[in-house]
Write a protein that binds this ligand. Structure first.
Ligand SMILES: *[C@@H]1O[C@H](CO)[C@@H](O)[C@H](O)[C@H]1NC(C)=O
Ligand SMILES: *[C@@H]1O[C@H](CO)[C@@H](O)[C@H](O)[C@H]1NC(C)=O
Ligand SMILES: [Cu+2]
Length: 173
């Protein structure tokens, strides 16, 4: 009896973990190319959806590049912020940025000339429910989340979750 209750608790815990994994996507900027000159980041952004809770990962050679968070005007002009701060620029070479709020986010490389050569990225972060639905009383289905937003689990996340479920079940029986 006790082990049955334990089983239910474990299954519920797994469901909670799985649903949180399913909601977050890790976006590796430039995919395998990473953050460098010669990648069209406008092209990279095309067709992608960035949601609050997702992460943005910049991979690059930190002897040559960095990542400045800037505003829209600085982005447009390839102009750096007037002062550096503790977390700006990022320069680890593997920077993981949590997308915590909706709205546009702008990033440029601070090495002279690199932004002009295309090391600039702008994304639009949406709240998980998507853009505010326009009132459409005759079409209630418009309020449902799109399938692409509902199924965002990456293959590695599924594999990791599956192996976790397997090892928990294995230790129970
Ligand atoms: C990058 O891609 C965008 C969108 O496809 C395109 O409009 C733009 O001209 C490209 N930029 C360069 C420098 O090729
Ligand atoms: C570059 O990356 C290495 C390894 O992550 C780190 O130790 C070093 O401090 C970084 N350099 C700068 C300028 O942040
Ligand atoms: Cu650079």
């Amino acid at each position: 009896m006790a082990s049955k209750q334990m089983f239910v608790v474990v299954v519920l815990a797994i469901i909670v973990v799985l649903s949180s994994i399913a909601l977050a996507t890790e976006h590796v900027v430039g995919d395998k190319d990473g953050w460098k000159i010669g990648v069209n980041y406008t092209e990279w952004v095309k067709g992608k959806t960035f949601l609050v809770g997702d992460t943005l990962v910049f991979n690059y050679d930190n002897t040559t590049h960095n990542v400045f968070k800037v505003d829209g005007d600085q982005f447009k002009a390839c102009k750096l912020p007037p002062a550096k701060t503790a977390d700006n620029p990022l320069s680890s070479g593997h920077d993981v940025i949590a997308l915590k709020a909706s709205g546009k986010k702008w990033y440029i490389c601070g090495t002279p000339g690199h932004c002009d050569k295309g090391m600039k990225l702008v994304i639009n972060v949406q709240s998980p429910a998507g853009p505010a639905p326009t009132p459409a009383p005759t079409a209630p289905s418009a309020l449902a989340p799109s399938p692409s937003a509902a199924f965002r689990t990456s293959a590695p996340a599924i594999l990791a979750a599956a192996s976790m479920v397997g090892s928990v079940l294995g230790s129970l029986f």
